[in-house]
Ligand binder design. Structure first.
Ligand SMILES: [Zn+2]
Length: 81
């Protein structure tokens, strides 16, 4: 395989991974919310913050509450439909 084809293949794979990651974050932010353990308010994260939030496991993120400013691990809660 020529080096250029290899490069294009790498770019395509990276693009696909990026699109999948974006879709995942998009679905997660649309269908989930967080509940602040400090003030009990529930809120949604913007996509960018969700993507960049530290994670300990698939269910928890290091999040700052937009209401009271509390920062800590919060569980990702599915929206009720
Ligand atoms: Zn709070």
């Amino acid at each position: 395989m020529s080096p250029i084809l290899g490069l294009i293949q790498t770019l395509i794979i990276m693009g696909l991974v990026f699109i999948l990651a974006y879709k995942y974050v998009d679905i997660q932010t649309k269908n989930t919310h967080f509940e602040c353990p400090h003030c009990r308010s529930s809120f949604k994260l913007p996509k960018s913050s969700f993507a960049l939030a530290l994670k300990k496991n698939p269910y928890e993120r290091m999040v700052t509450c937009p209401v009271c400013g509390y920062k800590g691990w919060m569980q990702i809660i599915k929206d009720e439909k």
